[in-house]
Design a protein. Structure first.
Length: 263
């Protein structure tokens, strides 16, 4: 007799790979054959997963058309089983799948468009923390501020792309009947995605601003992050940029890295 795990694995293979993997006595088919009953179940599973992907990636769907989207997601669903029972977590790997999917090779910007849509999807489920407390920051000795670490608001994400994916996303919203012409090779973009008061915002950043937020997000002390920024973009004025990001709620907290290391 097969173990429960073996039965479950056979059933998974029957749904996502081949009906021949399913022994007829594993299920009760009723008036249908086992193959017919499995076809009904498989159609329901794939239909639900495809609907979930279409809900997360409406711009990708519009860019490639419904027929190609169904074709691509069919392959994705078979190749990338969800590790979670939460359907909202399904589809995280879709951008990387598209990057390696030969039929999508003619649309090199498509994976980054998918990355943008997944990050937007993630932001819907992240808490919006209050902005950084500048009054508390001001009480610290100036000599200690260079060793501070800063945390980005959980409702923020960073994304860089060699393509103008923000313009592609904006041009393919439901209210726009005919997208205008977009120069795909018009240059790279560095984006800050932010949900503020429930509204999703896209902000283009220059190299210095993006690098500074990226370094802080990765845990670099402020002084080290700023040094790297100035090496990449001499003359970058961090003060007004940081003040703007505090006011917009991008930065949510600070902590003293040196003191933590000594403890």
């Amino acid at each position: 007799m097969l173990s429960l795990r073996e039965v479950q694995e056979h059933f998974r293979a029957a749904v996502f790979e081949s009906p021949q993997e399913l022994a007829p006595d594993f299920i009760v088919a009723g008036a249908l054959t086992v193959e017919q009953r499995m076809a009904v179940y498989r159609g329901s599973v794939f239909g639900n997963l495809r609907s979930a992907l279409r809900g997360v990636y409406p711009v990708v769907d519009r860019l490639v058309g419904a027929e190609f989207f169904d074709f691509a997601t069919e392959h994705f669903i078979r190749a990338t089983p969800s590790p979670s029972g939460d359907i909202h977590q399904f589809g995280r790997e879709f951008a990387e799948f598209l990057r390696a999917f030969p039929p999508a090779a003619g649309l090199p910007y498509l994976p980054d468009a998918a990355r943008l849509e997944w990050l937007m999807h993630e932001l819907h489920y992240q808490p919006e923390l209050p902005p950084l407390d500048l009054a508390s920051l001001a009480t610290l000795p100036e000599a200690a501020r260079g060793e501070l670490g800063f945390s980005l608001n959980p409702a923020c994400r960073l994304l860089a792309s060699p393509y103008p994916i923000d313009l592609i996303w904006q041009a393919n919203q439901p209210e726009i009947a005919e997208p205008g012409q977009i120069e795909i090779d018009s240059g790279a973009v560095r984006l800050l995605l932010r949900r503020r008061s429930g509204t999703l915002e896209l902000q283009r950043l220059d190299e210095g601003g993006y690098l500074l937020l990226e370094q802080l997000h990765e845990g670099a002390p402020f002084s080290a992050a700023l040094e790297r920024v100035l090496t990449a973009q001499a003359g970058f004025d961090a003060a007004p940029f940081l003040l703007q990001q505090v006011q917009l709620g991008t930065l949510a907290a600070f902590h003293q890295l040196r003191r933590e290391a000594e403890s």
